[in-house]
Design a protein around this ligand. Structure first.
Ligand code: UVW
Length: 337
């Protein structure tokens, strides 16, 4: 196969699609959501009823000492020495005006393509360099201050996803129905079993949603997450299963979304060999294929409705914030059925 010429790389990871959407592509498989795909998604709307698919953004709740992500903090802005909290701006009018400090991936979120990269020998000269999707370089296209604090992705930031609008056909596979609400590691065969049993038709350009029940447990804990209990609930994809990863490539899905923490399970004790060891599905999706991952979505209401109706597909509208240079973003997704 002749690979497309590219100034950042002359050799792409085997099995990746780098360059297939253009030499400087930064939107990955969002490109597969064409106007025709979107029109087909709109034809899935039969009732005009909608489901909002976000947790409140202060869920899961609290600050986990093992996570860099902290709960959002709101503060009133101040102007001329006045806090703009119930501020009498005129004798008759009052106002509130505020600022949030928000870990962008604390709650319902999209991962940007810059969220996951790795060392790769882009020129086949024996010198691996740290890169992201389509060969964009750490330290050149993705910049931090010398102490690692300030952050700006001049390539692959979440705004590239936002400008697509993120509207297309969603299809939901109900893993709670297939395997129960307990923690299960879902490999290729189990996912195919659930898809076949539920007769889910997955088309190129679809956004695939996996309902695991993890979000239900998070919601029930009401901002006081019990990590030990949460580790026992909700299916997680087995990212080390090559057949599962190959299916993701072959299926043509544009994005994968779940109500759990990371779509795939973390196996910190037994990381898989080879590239993307700790999170191989992140490696395959974000780094190799430009497939965005959505995490910690609220899927219970939608999943129950679809199950009762014997349906699986809907119109999904889920833009992230158009925040230049960010590695992820909250989203308030809407499914219209
Ligand atoms: C990690 O935790 C590394 O990522 P994610 O937000 O995709 O779960």
């Amino acid at each position: 196969m002749i690979e497309p010429a590219n100034p950042r790389w002359t050799r792409r990871p085997e099995g990746s699609n780098w360059g297939d959407f253009g030499p400087d592509d930064q939107q990955g498989r969002m490109n597969l959501i064409t106007p025709e795909v979107r029109l087909a998604a709109m034809r899935e709307v039969r009732e005009g009823k909608l489901f909002m698919l976000s947790l409140p953004l202060d869920f899961p709740g609290g600050d986990d000492e093992h996570s860099p992500r902290k709960a959002p903090r709101l503060q009133s802005n101040s102007l001329g020495g006045h806090n703009l909290c119930n501020h009498p701006i005129t004798p008759t009018d009052l106002t509130c005006d505020d600022t949030v400090t928000l870990s962008l991936q604390y709650s319902t979120q999209w991962d940007a393509l810059v969220h996951w990269g790795r060392q790769f020998d882009v020129h086949g000269d024996g010198n691996p360099v740290p890169v992201y999707y389509n060969g964009y370089r750490a330290h050149e296209h993705v910049l931090c201050d010398a102490d690692g604090s300030g952050f700006k992705a001049a390539a692959l930031g979440i705004e590239n996803m936002a400008t697509t609008g993120v509207q297309g056909r969603g299809v939901l596979v109900n893993l709670v129905k297939a395997f129960g609400p307990e923690r299960r590691w879902i490999d290729h065969d189990m996912l195919m079993q659930a898809i076949d049993e539920q007769q889910v038709e997955i088309r190129q350009g679809d956004m695939l949603l996996l309902y695991t029940g993890y979000g239900d447990a998070v919601m029930a804990m009401n901002r006081q997450p019990d990590e030990a209990k949460l580790a026992q609930v909700g299916a997680v994809l087995r990212g080390a299963d090559e057949r599962l990863l190959d299916w993701i490539k072959a299926s043509g899905v544009a994005a994968i979304i779940s109500d759990n923490q990371a779509v795939e399970g973390f196996d910190l004790e037994n990381p898989a060999d080879g590239p993307g060891g700790m999170l191989p599905l992140h490696d395959r999706c974000l780094f190799m294929l430009g497939v965005h991952l959505g995490e910690l979505w609220w899927l219970k209401d939608l999943a129950e409705y679809l199950d009762a109706q014997g349906r699986h597909a809907f119109l999904l509208t889920a833009p992230p914030l158009r925040l230049p240079g960010a590695a992820g973003s909250p989203t308030t997704p809407v499914a219209t059925v």
